[in-house]
Design a binder for this molecule. Structure first.
Ligand code: URA
Length: 446
């Protein structure tokens, strides 16, 4: 197979058949196709697009480039949840222990912060000692004992995707619906799931801000799941403002612990319960969303969900004391209040600017090899629609030094708009998408 011929065909708007996708992906994973050739090919895919059959072939080729977990022997249903990426989105930290505490296995494989968005792995690693790089054998052993593991894409899972994803990140070919769908699903289908819930973010802080593109992404991933016998439910949720109050790794772990103790902010709990109910329905443990929500609230109220998080932390080498005392988390050297610049309504809190502000403070990466400071970030107590008086505290900035405080202040001054009128925010949970179609939920959500 000559890579040049396939690049030319894609460049000119043609398509590859399943065998050609398999051969190209395998040759790349084995080092027989150069990075520059794959980069040119991916750019051709990005610009020319891929049909459903090609997307499915790419996903299968990436999935089959590595190992798959067969977890049927656990004797319990296995489900996972994945988000398309947002700011302040710490839902996975709450959901994995919550759902696992209800007798459902959660083999959760997550990613790092990407662009302006945060990543579950970076958040977990804010917990002193926490290891996210377990081998597949370690992950299997933990799934047997705890029914839950929270790890990164191990070397054994979809290695072709890992290599292609790093290349896409460096060559501006991430934001393509077929490439994103095939990449995410190649990892999720290796987890041996009976069901998958996807949180597709919509709004200015999302990778794909438009609803139409979000629904297309959701439909593509549902189809890919269906090809592999895995039912997928997508919820479209708002990312026109940060989720919850905390943005920054250790700060988000602390907010997740509060949520597991029943003290989480209302928007975070609403998205967590909405996604969790879909997970429990797919797992088959609950027949209605109302029952699922009631039982999730019970698990939080009786401390079982927080206890499960403690067990995960301990099993993965972290200090489980953070759950009882979040002050054990690393703390920023400096913190300062950010006050309202005028009286009026909070009309916007722009998530992309907040996310970039966390990176400017040192809490995210601009290059894959950057180390991040887990302590820095923001806690934004104001919400869109709130009324504030001039000088009233709206947020706290956490930084390493004075320069960080000033960078944080500049980011919040750009991100937060106080005006005479509030813009209506997007509904928190606006659509449910399944194989059966799209349901508009906006009238049920605030
Ligand atoms: N996350 C992934 O795993 N892959 C993508 O392509 C985009 C987000």
């Amino acid at each position: 197979m000559l890579a040049q011929r396939l690049i030319e065909r894609k460049r000119d708007g043609g398509r590859l058949d399943a065998g050609e996708w398999r051969a190209l992906v395998n040759a790349y994973a084995a080092g027989h196709v150069a990075d520059y050739q794959m980069a040119a090919f991916l750019m051709a895919c990005f610009i020319r697009g891929m049909d459903r059959a090609e997307t499915s072939s790419l996903m299968s080729a990436m999935l089959n480039s590595g190992e798959k977990l067969d977890l049927a022997y656990l004797g319990v249903p296995r489900v996972d949840k994945h988000s398309s990426g947002g700011v302040g989105d710490k839902v996975s930290l709450v959901l994995a222990p919550l759902i696992a505490s209800m007798g459902v296995a959660v083999p959760m494989m997550s990613g790092r912060g990407l662009g302006h968005t945060g990543g579950t792995l970076d958040k977990l690693e804010a917990i002193p000692g926490f290891r996210t790089n377990l081998s597949l054998d370690e992950a299997r052993a933990q799934l047997e004992s705890l029914h839950v593991v929270m790890i990164g894409q191990s070397r054994e899972i979809a290695p072709a995707d890992k290599k292609m994803y790093a290349l896409r990140d460096a060559t501006s070919t991430v934001e393509s619906i077929p490439l994103i769908a095939a990449s995410i699903m190649s990892k999720k289908m290796a987890e041996g799931l009976v069901g998958l819930v996807l949180d597709v973010k919509r709004g200015s802080g999302a990778f794909l801000p438009d609803l139409e593109r979000d629904l297309e992404l959701a439909g593509t991933m549902i189809q890919l799941g269906d090809d592999h016998g895995c039912p997928v439910t997508c919820l479209v949720t708002a990312m026109d403002r940060p989720l919850g109050r905390a943005c920054g790794n250790a700060l988000e772990v602390e907010e997740s612990i509060l949520a597991l103790r029943g003290e989480g902010p209302a928007d975070l709990m609403e998205v967590t319960y909405a996604l969790g109910a879909e997970m429990l329905l797919l797992a088959g443990t609950h027949a209605t969303r109302e029952d699922a929500r009631r039982d999730m609230a019970i698990q939080i109220g009786n401390g079982k969900a927080a206890e499960c998080f403690q067990k995960i932390i301990e099993a993965q080498g972290g200090n489980p004391g953070v759950v009882d005392d979040p002050a054990v988390l690393p703390q920023a050297d400096q913190c300062e209040l950010y006050a309202a610049p005028r009286r009026g309504f909070v009309s916007r809190i722009e998530p992309r600017t907040v996310g970039r502000g966390v990176i400017a403070l040192g809490g995210g990466r601009t290059k894959m090899e950057d180390t991040i400071d887990p302590t820095v970030g923001f806690v934004i107590s104001s919400r869109p629609g709130d009324w504030v008086e001039s000088g009233e505290p709206m947020a706290t900035i956490f930084a390493r030094d004075r320069a960080g405080i000033e960078a944080g202040r500049a980011a919040l001054a750009t991100a937060i708009t106080v005006a005479d009128e509030a813009e209506p925010p997007l509904p928190l949970v606006s659509h449910r998408v399944t194989k059966g179609g799209v349901e508009d939920l906006s009238s049920q959500s605030s």
